[in-house]
Design a protein around this ligand. Structure first.
Ligand code: CA
Ligand code: CA
Length: 219
C-alpha cells in the first residue's frame, strides 16, 4: 500500500511535467511504431476522437519490461477520470497517437516506444529508453471543446465567461447523449478538475482567454 502511494505521487509529477511538452515535437514517421490493441469497442462507436477534442478517460501506465506501474490514473485524485485535449501535446506523443479515433466506452492497450514516450533520458520513475504501455478507457469525447462555437454553446448568459453551472450543464447534456448520466459527486469532481486547470486567475470563472488554448482571436 505504501509503495502504491509513493508511486502515485510520482505519477502526478510525471503528469504535470508532460503538460509543458512542446506541441509540435512531431515524429510522424514514428507513428506506426505505436502499437494499438483494442480491448473493447462498443457496438455504437461514436463520436470518434480527433485532434482538439476534450477527452475524459482513465489511463494507467506500465513499464513494458517488467509490468510495473508508473502512472495510476485510477487511484490518483480519488480515482476520477482525467481530462485532456487530444493531439496538442498535453500528453506524450504516443498517447496523442494511440487515443485518436476512440469512442466513449472503448478500451485500448497502447504500447509506445521510448521515442514517443519519455525518450533516451526517461523521466523518473520511468527509466531511460523505456517502452511503456498504457491501458486506456475513454468515458467521453467532446467535439471541439476549445472551439469558439463550443464556448458560445456553454456560455448560456452570453457574458463571455463560464461559470461552474454553465460548464456542468454542458457536461450533463454530453453524458446524457451517451446514455450514461452520472451522479452529482461525479460532476463536482470533474468541475473541480476543469477549473483547477483552466481558471488561471482563480476568480471562479473561465474567461475566453483562459479557455481558448489555441488562442483564436475571434473574440
Ligand atoms: Ca456565462
Ligand atoms: Ca478566471
Amino acid at each position: 500500500m505504501m509503495w502504491k502511494l509513493i508511486s502515485c505521487t510520482l505519477c502526478l509529477f510525471v503528469s504535470s511535467q508532460l503538460s509543458s511538452r512542446s506541441v509540435w515535437a512531431a515524429a510522424d514517421e514514428l507513428e506506426d511504431q505505436v502499437k494499438i490493441e483494442v480491448l473493447f469497442k462498443p457496438e455504437e462507436c461514436n463520436p470518434k476522437s480527433k485532434k482538439g477534442d476534450l477527452i475524459n478517460l482513465h489511463y494507467d501506465g506500465f513499464l513494458a519490461k517488467d509490468g510495473s506501474q508508473f502512472y495510476c490514473s485510477r487511484s490518483d485524485k480519488a480515482g476520477h477520470p482525467q481530462w485532456f485535449v487530444l493531439g496538442v501535446g498535453q500528453a506524450i506523443k504516443g498517447l496523442d497517437i494511440g487515443i485518436t479515433d476512440m469512442c466513449p466506452g472503448e478500451k485500448r492497450k497502447i504500447t509506445v516506444p521510448p521515442a514517443l514516450a519519455f525518450g533516451e533520458k526517461g523521466k523518473d520513475p520511468v527509466p531511460p529508453n523505456a517502452t511503456v504501455i498504457f491501458e486506456v478507457e475513454v468515458y467521453s469525447v467532446s467535439r471541439g471543446p476549445r472551439s469558439i462555437e463550443a464556448f458560445k454553446q456553454m456560455d448560456l448568459d452570453k457574458d463571455n465567461k463560464l461559470t461552474k453551472a454553465e460548464v456542468k450543464e454542458y457536461l450533463k447534456l454530453d453524458y446524457e447523449k451517451t446514455g450514461k448520466p452520472r451522479d452529482e459527486p461525479f460532476y463536482e469532481k470533474i468541475l473541480t478538475d476543469i477549473f483547477y486547470k483552466s481558471d488561471h486567475d482563480k476568480d471562479g470563472l473561465i474567461s475566453v482567454k483562459e479557455y481558448n488554448i489555441y488562442e483564436h482571436d475571434e473574440l
